[in-house]
Design a protein around this ligand. Sequence first.
Ligand code: PHE
Length: 457
Amino acid sequence: MSKRISIHGQWSSRLMFVLAATGSAVGLGNVWKFPYMTGDNGGGAFILVYLLCLALVGIPIMMGEVLIGRRGRQCPVNSLQTLSIEAGASRAWGWLGWAGMLAGLIILSYYSVIAGWTLAYLMRMVAGAFERVTAEGASSIFTQLVTDPERLLAWHTIFMVMTIKVVSRGVGNGLEKAARILMPCLFLLLLIVLVYAARTGDFSQAYAYLFDSDFSSLTLSGVLSAMGHAFFSLSLGLGVMLMYGSYLPQGVSIARTSVLVGLLDLVVALLVGLAIFSLMFANDLAAGEGPGLIFQTLPIAFGQLPGGMLFGALFFLLLVFAAWTSSIALIEPLVAWLVENREIDRIRAAIWSGIVAWLLGIVTILSFSSWSFSFNFAGVLKRHGLFDVLDIAISSIILPLGGLGMALFVGWVLPRESVLDELGGSARIGFKIWYFIIRFITPAAMLLIFLRAIGVL
Ligand code: PHE
Protein backbone atom coordinates (compact mmCIF):
# COMPACT_ATOMS: atom_id res chain seq x y z
CA MET A 1 0.00 0.00 0.00
CA SER A 2 1.39 3.38 -0.92
CA LYS A 3 1.98 5.69 2.00
CA ARG A 4 -0.45 8.58 2.42
CA ILE A 5 0.41 12.19 3.05
CA SER A 6 -1.51 14.60 5.23
CA ILE A 7 -3.27 17.49 3.52
CA HIS A 8 -2.32 19.68 6.46
CA GLY A 9 1.43 19.32 6.04
CA GLN A 10 3.99 17.70 8.31
CA TRP A 11 6.67 18.45 10.92
CA SER A 12 9.87 19.53 9.28
CA SER A 13 11.98 17.18 11.40
CA ARG A 14 11.96 14.64 14.20
CA LEU A 15 13.03 17.35 16.63
CA MET A 16 10.02 19.47 15.71
CA PHE A 17 7.71 16.57 16.45
CA VAL A 18 9.43 16.03 19.80
CA LEU A 19 9.05 19.72 20.66
CA ALA A 20 5.41 19.88 19.59
CA ALA A 21 4.43 16.62 21.31
CA THR A 22 6.29 17.63 24.46
CA GLY A 23 4.53 20.99 24.24
CA SER A 24 1.22 19.20 24.26
CA ALA A 25 2.24 16.92 27.12
CA VAL A 26 3.82 19.55 29.36
CA GLY A 27 1.00 21.67 30.69
CA LEU A 28 -0.99 22.56 33.76
CA GLY A 29 -0.91 18.87 34.66
CA ASN A 30 2.86 18.93 35.22
CA VAL A 31 3.14 22.21 37.06
CA TRP A 32 -0.01 22.28 39.08
CA LYS A 33 -1.11 18.70 39.64
CA PHE A 34 1.91 16.43 39.66
CA PRO A 35 3.78 18.11 42.56
CA TYR A 36 0.92 17.97 45.01
CA MET A 37 -0.17 14.48 43.94
CA THR A 38 3.35 13.26 44.62
CA GLY A 39 3.37 14.91 48.01
CA ASP A 40 0.01 13.46 48.96
CA ASN A 41 0.92 9.93 47.94
CA GLY A 42 4.21 9.17 49.62
CA GLY A 43 6.80 11.04 47.58
CA GLY A 44 9.38 8.71 46.07
CA ALA A 45 7.08 5.70 46.25
CA PHE A 46 4.54 7.50 44.12
CA ILE A 47 7.23 8.49 41.64
CA LEU A 48 8.33 4.88 41.28
CA VAL A 49 4.76 3.82 40.59
CA TYR A 50 4.37 6.70 38.17
CA LEU A 51 7.46 5.52 36.29
CA LEU A 52 5.96 2.05 36.03
CA CYS A 53 2.72 3.55 34.73
CA LEU A 54 4.62 5.51 32.12
CA ALA A 55 6.35 2.35 30.97
CA LEU A 56 3.33 0.03 31.05
CA VAL A 57 0.50 2.33 30.07
CA GLY A 58 1.63 5.76 28.96
CA ILE A 59 4.41 5.23 26.47
CA PRO A 60 2.89 2.09 24.86
CA ILE A 61 -0.36 3.96 24.19
CA MET A 62 1.50 6.99 22.94
CA MET A 63 3.28 4.76 20.44
CA GLY A 64 -0.07 3.28 19.45
CA GLU A 65 -1.71 6.66 18.89
CA VAL A 66 1.20 8.06 16.92
CA LEU A 67 1.23 4.91 14.84
CA ILE A 68 -2.49 5.14 13.99
CA GLY A 69 -1.99 8.77 13.05
CA ARG A 70 0.96 8.22 10.79
CA ARG A 71 -0.74 5.27 9.10
CA GLY A 72 -4.01 7.16 8.58
CA ARG A 73 -2.57 10.64 7.93
CA GLN A 74 -5.88 12.33 8.75
CA CYS A 75 -7.76 13.64 11.78
CA PRO A 76 -8.58 11.00 14.41
CA VAL A 77 -12.13 10.32 13.16
CA ASN A 78 -11.07 9.84 9.55
CA SER A 79 -7.86 7.95 10.34
CA LEU A 80 -9.72 5.47 12.52
CA GLN A 81 -12.47 5.04 9.93
CA THR A 82 -10.11 4.57 7.01
CA LEU A 83 -7.89 2.12 8.82
CA SER A 84 -10.77 0.07 10.17
CA ILE A 85 -12.35 -0.21 6.73
CA GLU A 86 -9.01 -1.34 5.32
CA ALA A 87 -8.73 -3.91 8.09
CA GLY A 88 -12.23 -5.17 7.36
CA ALA A 89 -13.54 -3.92 10.71
CA SER A 90 -16.53 -1.72 11.50
CA ARG A 91 -16.50 1.97 10.63
CA ALA A 92 -17.90 2.50 14.11
CA TRP A 93 -14.31 2.89 15.33
CA GLY A 94 -14.65 6.44 14.06
CA TRP A 95 -16.68 7.07 17.22
CA LEU A 96 -13.52 6.79 19.22
CA GLY A 97 -12.26 9.79 17.29
CA TRP A 98 -15.51 11.64 17.84
CA ALA A 99 -15.46 11.07 21.56
CA GLY A 100 -11.88 12.27 21.78
CA MET A 101 -12.57 15.34 19.70
CA LEU A 102 -15.49 16.39 21.86
CA ALA A 103 -13.60 15.63 25.05
CA GLY A 104 -10.73 17.77 23.77
CA LEU A 105 -13.13 20.62 23.21
CA ILE A 106 -14.51 20.32 26.72
CA ILE A 107 -11.04 20.11 28.28
CA LEU A 108 -9.99 23.16 26.30
CA SER A 109 -13.01 25.07 27.58
CA TYR A 110 -11.87 24.79 31.20
CA TYR A 111 -8.17 24.61 30.47
CA SER A 112 -8.44 28.05 28.91
CA VAL A 113 -10.15 29.47 31.99
CA ILE A 114 -7.39 28.17 34.28
CA ALA A 115 -4.77 29.37 31.80
CA GLY A 116 -6.51 32.75 32.11
CA TRP A 117 -5.79 32.64 35.86
CA THR A 118 -2.12 32.17 35.07
CA LEU A 119 -2.19 35.24 32.79
CA ALA A 120 -3.86 37.21 35.57
CA TYR A 121 -1.22 36.01 38.06
CA LEU A 122 1.56 36.94 35.68
CA MET A 123 0.21 40.51 35.65
CA ARG A 124 -0.16 40.57 39.42
CA MET A 125 3.41 39.41 39.89
CA VAL A 126 4.65 42.08 37.51
CA ALA A 127 2.64 44.66 39.45
CA GLY A 128 4.16 43.42 42.73
CA ALA A 129 0.77 42.51 44.22
CA PHE A 130 2.23 39.69 46.33
CA GLU A 131 5.09 41.62 47.92
CA ARG A 132 5.16 40.48 51.58
CA VAL A 133 1.65 39.13 51.23
CA THR A 134 0.11 37.24 54.16
CA ALA A 135 -1.76 33.95 53.84
CA GLU A 136 -5.08 35.79 54.16
CA GLY A 137 -3.96 38.36 51.60
CA ALA A 138 -3.00 35.71 49.06
CA SER A 139 -6.21 33.81 49.52
CA SER A 140 -8.31 36.94 49.17
CA ILE A 141 -6.51 37.89 45.92
CA PHE A 142 -7.34 34.43 44.62
CA THR A 143 -10.97 34.54 45.74
CA GLN A 144 -11.45 37.99 44.28
CA LEU A 145 -10.20 36.77 40.94
CA VAL A 146 -12.19 33.56 40.64
CA THR A 147 -15.45 35.03 41.89
CA ASP A 148 -15.38 37.84 39.36
CA PRO A 149 -16.92 36.38 36.18
CA GLU A 150 -16.21 39.44 34.05
CA ARG A 151 -12.53 39.44 34.84
CA LEU A 152 -12.30 35.69 34.24
CA LEU A 153 -14.13 36.08 30.96
CA ALA A 154 -11.66 38.72 29.82
CA TRP A 155 -8.61 36.50 30.56
CA HIS A 156 -10.33 33.45 29.10
CA THR A 157 -11.03 35.43 25.92
CA ILE A 158 -7.44 36.60 25.61
CA PHE A 159 -6.12 33.08 26.05
CA MET A 160 -8.57 31.63 23.53
CA VAL A 161 -7.58 34.25 20.96
CA MET A 162 -3.90 33.33 21.52
CA THR A 163 -4.79 29.69 20.88
CA ILE A 164 -6.85 30.33 17.75
CA LYS A 165 -4.19 32.61 16.35
CA VAL A 166 -1.61 29.83 16.38
CA VAL A 167 -3.89 27.08 15.12
CA SER A 168 -5.29 29.17 12.28
CA ARG A 169 -1.80 29.47 10.78
CA GLY A 170 -1.51 25.78 10.09
CA VAL A 171 0.98 23.07 10.94
CA GLY A 172 4.20 24.68 9.71
CA ASN A 173 3.62 28.36 10.48
CA GLY A 174 1.39 27.80 13.48
CA LEU A 175 1.90 24.67 15.54
CA GLU A 176 5.51 24.07 14.60
CA LYS A 177 6.55 27.67 14.94
CA ALA A 178 4.92 27.91 18.37
CA ALA A 179 6.73 24.77 19.50
CA ARG A 180 10.03 25.99 18.07
CA ILE A 181 9.85 29.29 19.93
CA LEU A 182 7.92 28.50 23.09
CA MET A 183 9.50 25.20 24.10
CA PRO A 184 13.11 26.42 24.28
CA CYS A 185 11.81 29.47 26.21
CA LEU A 186 9.95 27.16 28.55
CA PHE A 187 13.06 25.06 29.22
CA LEU A 188 15.09 28.20 29.82
CA LEU A 189 12.50 29.64 32.22
CA LEU A 190 12.40 26.33 34.06
CA LEU A 191 16.16 26.42 34.46
CA ILE A 192 16.11 29.99 35.76
CA VAL A 193 13.34 29.26 38.26
CA LEU A 194 15.13 26.09 39.36
CA VAL A 195 18.43 27.85 39.98
CA TYR A 196 16.62 30.61 41.85
CA ALA A 197 14.77 28.04 43.97
CA ALA A 198 17.99 26.17 44.70
CA ARG A 199 19.74 29.36 45.83
CA THR A 200 16.98 30.91 47.89
CA GLY A 201 14.97 27.85 48.86
CA ASP A 202 15.43 24.62 50.77
CA PHE A 203 16.53 22.28 48.03
CA SER A 204 17.52 19.33 50.17
CA GLN A 205 14.22 19.18 51.99
CA ALA A 206 12.38 19.38 48.68
CA TYR A 207 14.57 16.62 47.30
CA ALA A 208 13.85 14.42 50.29
CA TYR A 209 10.14 15.16 50.08
CA LEU A 210 9.98 14.07 46.44
CA PHE A 211 12.40 11.17 46.42
CA ASP A 212 12.34 9.48 49.82
CA SER A 213 10.20 6.45 49.28
CA ASP A 214 7.49 6.04 51.83
CA PHE A 215 5.53 3.03 50.72
CA SER A 216 3.30 3.12 53.76
CA SER A 217 1.36 6.13 52.56
CA LEU A 218 0.84 4.67 49.11
CA THR A 219 -2.67 3.30 48.70
CA LEU A 220 -4.43 1.51 45.86
CA SER A 221 -6.13 4.76 45.11
CA GLY A 222 -2.70 6.41 44.91
CA VAL A 223 -1.54 3.80 42.42
CA LEU A 224 -4.60 4.27 40.28
CA SER A 225 -4.33 8.02 40.34
CA ALA A 226 -0.70 7.71 39.21
CA MET A 227 -1.99 5.73 36.27
CA GLY A 228 -4.72 8.23 35.47
CA HIS A 229 -2.32 11.11 35.74
CA ALA A 230 0.29 9.49 33.50
CA PHE A 231 -2.45 9.41 30.96
CA PHE A 232 -3.60 13.00 31.27
CA SER A 233 -0.07 14.30 31.45
CA LEU A 234 0.94 12.60 28.21
CA SER A 235 -2.19 13.94 26.45
CA LEU A 236 -3.46 10.44 25.67
CA GLY A 237 -6.88 8.99 24.93
CA LEU A 238 -8.20 11.96 22.97
CA GLY A 239 -6.51 11.50 19.64
CA VAL A 240 -4.21 14.46 20.22
CA MET A 241 -1.06 12.35 19.91
CA LEU A 242 -2.73 10.58 17.00
CA MET A 243 -3.18 13.96 15.29
CA TYR A 244 0.43 14.95 15.95
CA GLY A 245 1.52 11.53 14.68
CA SER A 246 -0.29 12.17 11.42
CA TYR A 247 2.21 14.97 10.76
CA LEU A 248 5.23 12.80 11.57
CA PRO A 249 7.61 12.24 8.65
CA GLN A 250 7.96 8.66 7.46
CA GLY A 251 11.11 6.99 8.66
CA VAL A 252 11.26 8.60 12.11
CA SER A 253 11.28 5.95 14.84
CA ILE A 254 7.96 6.05 16.68
CA ALA A 255 9.27 4.04 19.61
CA ARG A 256 12.31 6.17 20.30
CA THR A 257 10.51 9.50 19.92
CA SER A 258 7.65 8.39 22.17
CA VAL A 259 10.07 7.35 24.90
CA LEU A 260 11.82 10.70 24.58
CA VAL A 261 8.58 12.69 24.86
CA GLY A 262 7.49 10.61 27.87
CA LEU A 263 10.82 11.19 29.62
CA LEU A 264 10.85 14.92 28.90
CA ASP A 265 7.36 15.21 30.35
CA LEU A 266 8.51 13.38 33.48
CA VAL A 267 11.68 15.43 33.87
CA VAL A 268 9.77 18.71 33.59
CA ALA A 269 7.27 17.56 36.21
CA LEU A 270 10.07 16.55 38.61
CA LEU A 271 12.08 19.74 38.16
CA VAL A 272 9.01 21.92 38.62
CA GLY A 273 8.21 19.94 41.76
CA LEU A 274 11.73 20.47 43.11
CA ALA A 275 11.54 24.20 42.47
CA ILE A 276 8.09 24.66 43.99
CA PHE A 277 8.79 22.67 47.14
CA SER A 278 12.18 24.32 47.71
CA LEU A 279 10.46 27.69 47.77
CA MET A 280 7.63 26.50 49.98
CA PHE A 281 9.83 24.77 52.55
CA ALA A 282 12.15 27.77 52.84
CA ASN A 283 9.11 29.73 53.97
CA ASP A 284 7.67 27.06 56.27
CA LEU A 285 4.62 26.60 54.10
CA ALA A 286 2.72 23.33 54.07
CA ALA A 287 3.13 21.21 50.95
CA GLY A 288 -0.10 19.23 50.98
CA GLU A 289 -2.24 22.13 49.87
CA GLY A 290 -3.87 20.36 46.95
CA PRO A 291 -5.11 22.44 44.04
CA GLY A 292 -4.54 25.73 45.89
CA LEU A 293 -0.79 25.15 45.92
CA ILE A 294 0.19 27.22 42.90
CA PHE A 295 -2.30 30.04 43.21
CA GLN A 296 -2.63 30.47 46.96
CA THR A 297 0.44 29.13 48.71
CA LEU A 298 3.27 29.63 46.25
CA PRO A 299 2.70 33.40 45.85
CA ILE A 300 3.26 33.78 49.61
CA ALA A 301 6.69 32.20 49.18
CA PHE A 302 7.55 34.47 46.26
CA GLY A 303 6.32 37.46 48.26
CA GLN A 304 8.83 36.80 51.02
CA LEU A 305 11.94 36.09 48.98
CA PRO A 306 14.39 38.59 47.49
CA GLY A 307 13.55 39.21 43.84
CA GLY A 308 10.40 37.15 44.36
CA MET A 309 8.14 39.25 42.16
CA LEU A 310 10.48 38.98 39.18
CA PHE A 311 10.98 35.23 39.54
CA GLY A 312 7.30 34.76 40.35
CA ALA A 313 6.49 36.50 37.09
CA LEU A 314 8.90 34.21 35.22
CA PHE A 315 7.27 31.20 36.87
CA PHE A 316 3.79 32.23 35.72
CA LEU A 317 5.13 33.02 32.26
CA LEU A 318 6.41 29.46 32.15
CA LEU A 319 2.94 28.26 33.05
CA VAL A 320 1.35 30.39 30.33
CA PHE A 321 3.70 28.90 27.72
CA ALA A 322 3.06 25.38 28.99
CA ALA A 323 -0.71 25.86 28.85
CA TRP A 324 -0.56 27.53 25.43
CA THR A 325 1.27 24.69 23.69
CA SER A 326 -1.22 22.24 25.26
CA SER A 327 -4.31 24.17 24.25
CA ILE A 328 -3.33 24.31 20.59
CA ALA A 329 -2.99 20.54 20.71
CA LEU A 330 -6.44 20.18 22.27
CA ILE A 331 -8.19 22.04 19.48
CA GLU A 332 -6.20 20.72 16.50
CA PRO A 333 -8.20 17.47 15.95
CA LEU A 334 -11.47 19.39 15.64
CA VAL A 335 -9.94 21.97 13.32
CA ALA A 336 -8.45 19.25 11.13
CA TRP A 337 -11.78 17.42 11.07
CA LEU A 338 -13.61 20.58 9.94
CA VAL A 339 -11.07 21.19 7.19
CA GLU A 340 -11.21 17.59 5.99
CA ASN A 341 -14.95 17.02 6.18
CA ARG A 342 -16.61 20.39 5.85
CA GLU A 343 -14.27 21.84 3.27
CA ILE A 344 -13.85 25.13 5.03
CA ASP A 345 -10.49 26.81 5.28
CA ARG A 346 -8.34 26.47 8.36
CA ILE A 347 -8.81 30.03 9.55
CA ARG A 348 -12.59 29.65 9.66
CA ALA A 349 -12.29 26.19 11.17
CA ALA A 350 -10.06 27.54 13.94
CA ILE A 351 -12.35 30.47 14.66
CA TRP A 352 -15.49 28.34 14.85
CA SER A 353 -13.87 25.73 17.07
CA GLY A 354 -12.52 28.50 19.28
CA ILE A 355 -15.93 30.12 19.60
CA VAL A 356 -17.53 26.86 20.71
CA ALA A 357 -14.79 26.20 23.29
CA TRP A 358 -15.01 29.81 24.45
CA LEU A 359 -18.78 29.56 24.97
CA LEU A 360 -18.39 26.29 26.87
CA GLY A 361 -15.78 27.97 29.05
CA ILE A 362 -18.47 30.21 30.49
CA VAL A 363 -19.81 27.16 32.34
CA THR A 364 -16.48 26.87 34.15
CA ILE A 365 -16.30 30.57 34.85
CA LEU A 366 -19.70 30.58 36.50
CA SER A 367 -18.91 27.40 38.41
CA PHE A 368 -16.70 29.51 40.65
CA SER A 369 -19.38 32.05 41.42
CA SER A 370 -23.12 32.13 40.78
CA TRP A 371 -23.45 28.54 39.56
CA SER A 372 -21.26 26.92 42.17
CA PHE A 373 -22.54 23.91 44.08
CA SER A 374 -20.86 21.22 46.16
CA PHE A 375 -20.92 17.46 45.98
CA ASN A 376 -18.97 14.50 47.24
CA PHE A 377 -16.92 12.37 44.90
CA ALA A 378 -14.91 9.37 46.08
CA GLY A 379 -14.91 10.80 49.57
CA VAL A 380 -13.65 14.24 48.53
CA LEU A 381 -15.76 17.37 48.76
CA LYS A 382 -15.93 19.14 45.39
CA ARG A 383 -17.01 22.74 45.53
CA HIS A 384 -16.98 23.99 42.00
CA GLY A 385 -20.11 22.49 40.55
CA LEU A 386 -20.13 21.79 36.85
CA PHE A 387 -16.40 22.48 36.50
CA ASP A 388 -15.67 19.56 38.83
CA VAL A 389 -18.28 17.40 37.12
CA LEU A 390 -16.66 17.98 33.72
CA ASP A 391 -13.15 17.47 35.05
CA ILE A 392 -14.05 14.19 36.75
CA ALA A 393 -16.05 12.90 33.80
CA ILE A 394 -13.20 13.62 31.42
CA SER A 395 -10.15 12.56 33.34
CA SER A 396 -11.60 9.57 35.14
CA ILE A 397 -13.98 8.21 32.55
CA ILE A 398 -13.53 9.50 29.01
CA LEU A 399 -9.72 9.46 28.88
CA PRO A 400 -9.29 5.92 30.23
CA LEU A 401 -12.03 4.67 27.91
CA GLY A 402 -10.36 6.49 25.02
CA GLY A 403 -7.06 4.85 25.96
CA LEU A 404 -8.75 1.46 26.14
CA GLY A 405 -10.17 2.03 22.65
CA MET A 406 -6.81 3.06 21.21
CA ALA A 407 -5.05 0.06 22.74
CA LEU A 408 -7.70 -2.35 21.44
CA PHE A 409 -7.58 -0.78 17.99
CA VAL A 410 -3.82 -1.13 17.67
CA GLY A 411 -3.64 -4.51 19.39
CA TRP A 412 -6.64 -6.26 17.89
CA VAL A 413 -8.02 -4.39 14.86
CA LEU A 414 -4.99 -3.25 12.88
CA PRO A 415 -3.26 -6.16 11.13
CA ARG A 416 -0.06 -7.14 12.86
CA GLU A 417 1.93 -6.57 9.65
CA SER A 418 0.77 -2.94 9.36
CA VAL A 419 1.70 -2.29 12.96
CA LEU A 420 5.06 -3.91 12.48
CA ASP A 421 5.66 -2.03 9.26
CA GLU A 422 4.91 1.32 10.88
CA LEU A 423 7.23 0.58 13.78
CA GLY A 424 10.19 -0.16 11.58
CA GLY A 425 9.61 -3.65 10.32
CA SER A 426 11.54 -6.03 12.51
CA ALA A 427 9.79 -8.26 14.99
CA ARG A 428 12.53 -8.14 17.57
CA ILE A 429 12.09 -8.70 21.26
CA GLY A 430 11.24 -5.03 21.90
CA PHE A 431 8.34 -5.20 19.49
CA LYS A 432 7.07 -8.44 20.99
CA ILE A 433 7.07 -7.02 24.49
CA TRP A 434 5.32 -3.83 23.38
CA TYR A 435 2.75 -5.78 21.39
CA PHE A 436 1.96 -7.96 24.37
CA ILE A 437 1.63 -4.91 26.60
CA ILE A 438 -0.71 -3.06 24.25
CA ARG A 439 -2.90 -6.11 23.71
CA PHE A 440 -3.25 -7.28 27.29
CA ILE A 441 -1.66 -5.15 29.98
CA THR A 442 -2.77 -1.71 28.85
CA PRO A 443 -6.43 -2.62 28.30
CA ALA A 444 -6.55 -4.23 31.74
CA ALA A 445 -4.98 -1.16 33.33
CA MET A 446 -7.44 1.16 31.58
CA LEU A 447 -10.32 -0.94 32.73
CA LEU A 448 -9.06 -0.72 36.31
CA ILE A 449 -8.97 3.09 36.21
CA PHE A 450 -12.43 3.17 34.74
CA LEU A 451 -13.91 0.76 37.29
CA ARG A 452 -12.39 2.80 40.08
CA ALA A 453 -13.79 5.99 38.62
CA ILE A 454 -17.32 4.67 38.53
CA GLY A 455 -16.95 3.38 42.07
CA VAL A 456 -16.82 -0.37 41.47
CA LEU A 457 -13.27 -0.68 42.85
N1 PHE B 1 -0.98 17.06 28.97
C1 PHE B 1 -1.56 18.31 29.32
C2 PHE B 1 -1.16 18.66 30.74
O1 PHE B 1 -0.47 17.93 31.40
C3 PHE B 1 -3.05 18.30 29.20
C4 PHE B 1 -3.55 17.80 27.91
C5 PHE B 1 -4.36 16.68 27.88
C6 PHE B 1 -3.20 18.43 26.72
C7 PHE B 1 -4.79 16.18 26.68
C8 PHE B 1 -3.63 17.93 25.51
C9 PHE B 1 -4.43 16.81 25.50
O2 PHE B 1 -1.54 19.69 31.24
